[in-house]
Design a protein around this ligand. Structure first.
Ligand code: ZN
Length: 243
């Protein structure tokens, strides 16, 4: 597990030619799985709570669909804001780097060579590599080695917003169908079972993607989902008694 995690981390640095693209695809997949997880757990909690309060199928469906739309909107907004902020930060860093390259080319060349020395190259080779990369594309070289940013592949806030909303909706559909379709006396146990199976699946996938221990990841996510549903079930029952 340790070596896997470490190699997954070193993959994220983007210092090798192909690793950046793979790491960013992995990040997208992981974000998708997390979004689906969110959709599963929050809508499962919502519909189980409403069902436990003794509601008929139609109000459960209305509550579930409203929760699905609100959750998707909130995910999209949160993701848009967070990726925009990250993008602004990266753009500001790149602009500063560009300015430094124009004002202090000598110092920047020395800095780049120093970074390559720190990576293990000899003094002569480090200087040679720094000179050639500076002639080729100085900003790209500094962005990569110094900042770990690929200027051509800054994340798109809209892309992130839309894909996380879609992931949330895909996850949310499962508990919604599981609570609405079965006969009334079966809907809560069936939703519990379907949700826990789905969470075991998403836990397995995200453990695979992150190179983490599968059993730990599955136990965490399944336990979390079970707790969330048990809590809203109990509160729903209470509210049903009071009303
Ligand atoms: Zn620099």
């Amino acid at each position: 597990m340790d070596t896997l995690e470490r190699s997954a981390q070193s993959r994220g640095h983007g210092s090798e030619p192909h690793s950046g693209a793979i790491a960013s695809r992995l990040n997208w997949l992981r974000a998708g799985v997390l979004g689906a997880n969110d959709g599963i757990v929050s809508i499962a909690g919502l519909v189980v709570g409403v069902a436990a309060a003794g509601a008929a199928t139609e109000p459960i469906l209305v509550a579930g669909v409203a929760g699905l739309l609100a959750g998707a909107a909130s995910m999209a907004m949160g993701e848009y804001v967070s990726v925009s902020t990250q993008r602004d930060t990266e753009k500001a860093l790149l602009a500063k780097e560009e300015w430094e390259l124009k004002e202090f080319p000598e110092e920047e060349l020395r800095e780049l060579a120093g970074l390559f020395r720190a990576k293990g190259l000899s003094k002569g080779t480090a200087h040679q590599v720094a000179v050639e990369l500076t002639e080729h594309d100085a900003l790209a070289a500094h962005a990569d080695v110094e900042l770990g940013i690929d200027p051509d592949e800054l994340a798109s806030p809209w892309h992130a917003a839309i894909s996380s909303a879609i992931a949330f909706v895909l996850g949310a559909i499962l508990p919604l169908l599981a609570i609405v379709l079965p006969p009334e006396q079966w809907r809560i146990p069936i939703t519990f079972g379907a949700v826990l199976i789905a969470l075991a699946l998403t836990g397995t996938i995200s453990a695979r993607l992150g190179g983490a221990n599968r059993r730990h990841a599955v136990r965490r996510v399944v336990l979390g989902g079970a707790l969330a549903m048990a809590a809203t079930f109990a509160i729903g029952e209470l509210v049903g008694l009071v009303l």
